[in-house]
Design a binder for this molecule. Sequence first.
Ligand code: FES
Length: 123
Amino acid sequence: MGHRHAVSIRNTAETFACDDAETLLRGMELLGRRGIPVGCRGGGCGVCKVRIDSGEVRTEKMSRQHVSAEEQASGVVLACRAYPCSDVQLSAVDKMARCIERSHARSFFDGLRPPAPSPDSPT
Ligand code: FES
């Protein structure tokens, strides 16, 4: 096991620890919450786009079809091709953002819902 770094997702204010030998996508999956869109895990489908807002990542080759040179210059990477080299703050973009924000809102409202009455409680 290598070094673990703290990775924060701005969209949902969540933080997870990610080993520098694991991809950011794998770390997000290990958060154990629904809503992380998992596609090919190999840089081929583009569903896992994130923008690195601060910190350093090491990336493997990414398809220009999914990350343009301009996007890459602005910090956009495919989470399945990026490994943290320091603590990282990232924002999910495109499909990834829609999926995790929707699922985050749902679990937030689930938490606000009153508990269901138990079947044998007096009415
Ligand atoms: S999961 Fe397909 S590009 Fe990352």
